[in-house]
Design a protein around this ligand. Structure first.
Ligand SMILES: Cc1ncc(COP(=O)(O)O)c(C=O)c1O
Length: 403
């Protein structure tokens, strides 16, 4: 049926649906026609098609009848086993099956945590700017989000402490603090070890749950690996989220949360879809157990490291004085602050007209900042296109400065 002018259901929509609005994620294929620095889409050419085909064949031969069946809400046991081994080896996280839930991407994990904890009007604390998925999830839940800035060393501790003290003084308690300590989305900043320890200490003092979103942990190209907040905490306050999207394939739609068993049980209770794709889970378990995941991550680090360097060089060559940007030690993103007089509200459409897609800074804030900022993702476009695209962008910024 054609879209009618009046929607007979519109007046019945829940408050939550109204707050979410109608906009979903765009199709990455549409971005492939452009030079796209827009989203955190993995490099299309790096997606391990042959290895996934082989893992699928082996998984189906070995355990096909269960791979094609419904699955447990908490996740496929084989994938849980492989994940726990990976987390112990790479992240230093010691956990058991009772600490894990597998979800439809980290996106679903965050949605479940929000469902579990947030009523409209509740206070949540979040880094700002932050991942737009979190902005949408907290806004749709009707949370009163207090922004904690991020800078060179990561989350700003003084602001966090002030917020927590103000909350205590007014007899309120935040439902959680959400942060992305490694190669933060969108800024690329990493929270230092000293600050991680301080955050955990403050969390313990104020009984503050923490959502540690570590989507990019494995994609470090420089500097030392830092301990997760999960391992620094011994009080069960940290929920540690991750994803196979950036290290295997986003299309698998597999993510996870590690947390204390009671929290995992409650998240499991909120999950109602017949198990996160048992098929994808069996394939990912095989991919991980055969060592292919580890090899693939090594290749990805080399690929994205080189892309990051190419983008940094291109920015140096093309951007006018007064433009600043971050140098991430890993992940997918560079955060650019434009010179005075340049607005992303004009720059983004002008750039798209010239075939270059960028992500405007304002979508990463809860309370309307970021008009002079952009996030550039170097994961999706190849190096010649990164050079070409940044040159086009630099020319547009210069043009806006002179008009
Ligand atoms: C910080 C962060 N968290 C979570 C996600 C969601 O990942 P998934 O594909 O697992 O839902 C993303 C994806 O871009 C992200 O950047």
């Amino acid at each position: 049926m054609a879209d009618t002018v009046t929607n007979p259901l519109a007046e019945l929509y829940s408050e939550r649906a109204r707050r979410f609005g109608e906009r979903g994620m765009s199709n990455p294929r549409d971005s492939a026609a452009l030079i796209s620095f827009f989203a955190g889409f993995p490099d299309p050419g790096s997606l391990p098609r042959n290895d996934v085909a082989e893992a699928t064949r082996v998984a189906l031969e070995r355990d096909g009848e269960w791979a094609l069946q419904y699955g447990a809400s908490s996740g496929d046991p084989e994938l849980v086993r492989e994940l726990l081994a990976k987390l112990k080896r790479d992240q230093g996280i010691q956990a058991g099956a009772e600490n894990v839930i597998i979800t439809n991407g980290a996106s679903q994990a965050l949605a479940l945590i929000v469902d579990m904890l947030v009523n409209p009007g509740d206070v949540v604390l979040s880094e700002a700017p932050t991942w737009m998925g979190a902005v949408r999830a907290f806004d749709a839940a009707g949370a009163e989000t207090r922004e904690i800035p991020v800078n060179e060393g990561g989350l700003d501790i003084d602001t966090l402490e002030q917020e927590l003290n103000t909350l205590s003084e007014t007899g309120r308690r935040a439902k959680f603090l959400y942060l992305i300590p490694n190669f933060q989305n969108p800024t690329g900043f990493t929270t230092t070890l000293e600050r991680r320890k301080k955050i955990v200490q403050l969390a313990q003092t104020h009984n503050l749950p923490i959502i540690e979103d570590d989507a990019y942990f494995d994609l470090r190209y420089a500097g030392d690996t830092l301990p997760t907040l999960y391992t620094l905490d011994d009080s069960g306050l940290v929920m540690y989220m991750g994803t196979f999207s950036k290290i295997m394939a986003a299309g698998m739609r597999l993510g996870w949360t590690i947390a204390n068993p009671a929290v995992i049980r409650q998240m499991t209770g909120l999950k109602s879809e017949g198990g996160t794709s048992p098929f994808a889970s069996h394939v990912a378990a095989e991919f991980a157990s055969s060592g292919t995941l580890t090899e693939h991550v090594h290749e990805l680090r080399t690929l994205y490291h080189s892309r990051r360097d190419t983008m940094l060089k291109a920015l140096e060559a093309s951007m006018p004085a007064g433009t600043t940007w971050t140098t991430p030690e890993g992940g997918f993103f560079i955060w650019v602050t434009l010179p005075d007089g340049v607005s992303v509200r004009e720059l983004a459409p002008a750039s798209k007209d010239k075939g270059v897609e960028i992500c405007p800074g304002f979508i990463f804030y809860f309370h309307g900042k970021g008009d002079n900022q952009i996030r550039l993702s170097y994961s999706f476009a190849d190096e010649p296109n990164i050079q070409k695209g940044i040159k086009i962008l630099g020319d547009l910024v210069k043009e806006q400065l002179t008009t």
